[in-house]
Design a protein around this ligand. Structure first.
Ligand SMILES: Cc1cc2nc3c(=O)[nH]c(=O)nc-3n(C[C@H](O)[C@H](O)[C@H](O)COP(=O)(O)OP(=O)(O)OC[C@H]3O[C@@H](n4cnc5c(N)ncnc54)[C@H](O)[C@@H]3O)c2cc1C
Length: 291
């Protein structure tokens, strides 16, 4: 099923999860358990990341195939086109098409860390160029990424929205937003989208807090502000108490999700980091609240 059909007017907001392919055998075992647990929550769909430069091509493909064809979950396969030639892109997407994938989310990706990685000379520069190339060749429902606080390299939020609009004009049918720790960033972003004439569904990302290290590292990479409220709350927790931190992360995400749902968002996309505990607690809470 195309995810956009899940966001038709009048339907319940979707709850969905992001997963990434395991990087080791041990991680694969743990991911298998996570998938089985999360599948019981009956998400509307799950998404699978794709390492820029094709670094996780095999792993992403295997995970997408398992989720779609063994676990019978609806899947959004992310595709990061950084450095890949048109031929590479077609090879990846033909594989996804062959196993019945109906939804993809196209991102540019960032340059891989490996020094030996050289982008193909005919690779594409922006996600909008990738969408333009991919859209007419496939029947996928195509989504793109949006940034409530603006993309880290964007000169300002207004320019960033113009480029987001370009992705939509070139054929993107929905937007999944980066996570944020103050809902006001998302509400302002929605307003900018509206002003720019973007009318496709915009689904907020929710990142529960799992550890201080992960919080700092990821926020640094993707430009999500760690608000004073978050910092003060964490400072008030017993030092080094990992369980208390995770419990705070769940409670914070619960409040954030409730407010987003009350404001009428069409869905919530939870970044699971391949863990299940926080996601289960959040989804249970929201369902108990009647969402
Ligand atoms: C929901 C979500 C999923 C993601 N999944 C993955 C994943 O699976 N794998 C991965 O590697 N990364 C992933 N990312 C991260 C993403 O690849 C990075 O944020 C990357 O830096 C930007 O990708 P983009 O598609 O937003 O790029 P773009 O839309 O191309 O934007 C990148 C920058 O260029 C600017 N820009 C865009 N178009 C133009 C133009 N025509 N002229 C000048 N400037 C322009 C934008 O303002 C922005 O600053 C994901 C991000 C999100 C929010």
């Amino acid at each position: 099923m195309k995810v956009t059909d899940m966001w038709k007017t009048g339907q319940k907001p979707t709850i969905s999860f992001e997963l990434f392919p395991a990087r080791s055998e041990k991680a694969a075992e743990s991911l298998g358990r996570t998938i089985d647990t999360l599948a019981k929550l009956k998400p509307y769909f799950v998404s699978v990341t794709f390492g820029a430069g094709g670094s996780t091509r095999e792993g992403s493909y295997r995970l997408v195939n398992t989720l779609k064809n063994e676990k019978n979950l609806e899947v959004v396969a992310y595709f990061a086109g950084y450095g890949l030639s048109p031929k590479n892109i077609i090879a990846v997407l033909d594989d996804y098409q062959a196993i019945g994938v109906e939804n993809i989310l196209v991102v540019r990706g960032d340059p891989p860390q490996e020094e030996e990685f050289k982008p193909q000379p005919d690779s594409f520069f922006h996600a909008s160029d990738l969408v333009t190339f991919i859209r007419p060749k496939y029947d996928f429902c195509v989504g793109v990424a949006g940034y409530p606080e603006g993309h880290v390299n964007a000169p300002n939020k207004e320019k960033d929205i113009k480029f987001l609009k370009l992705k939509v004009d070139h054929g993107a049918e929905y937007i999944i937003a980066n996570y944020f720790y103050d809902n006001q960033y998302f509400f302002d972003f929605l307003e900018r989208c509206q002003q720019a004439g973007i009318t496709v569904p915009v689904i907020p990302g929710v990142m529960p807090i799992y550890s201080i290290k992960m919080l700092e590292t990821l926020a640094g990479l993707c430009g999500a502000t760690i608000t004073d409220t978050i910092r003060q709350s964490i400072n008030g927790l017993p030092e080094g108490d990992k369980d208390a931190l995770v419990a705070f992360g769940i409670e914070f995400a619960n409040r954030q999700c409730e407010e987003l749902l009350k404001a009428g968002v069409q869905g919530l996309h939870i970044y699971t980091m391949d863990r299940s505990k926080s996601t289960i607690a959040i989804v249970d809470h929201l369902r108990n609240m009647g969402f």
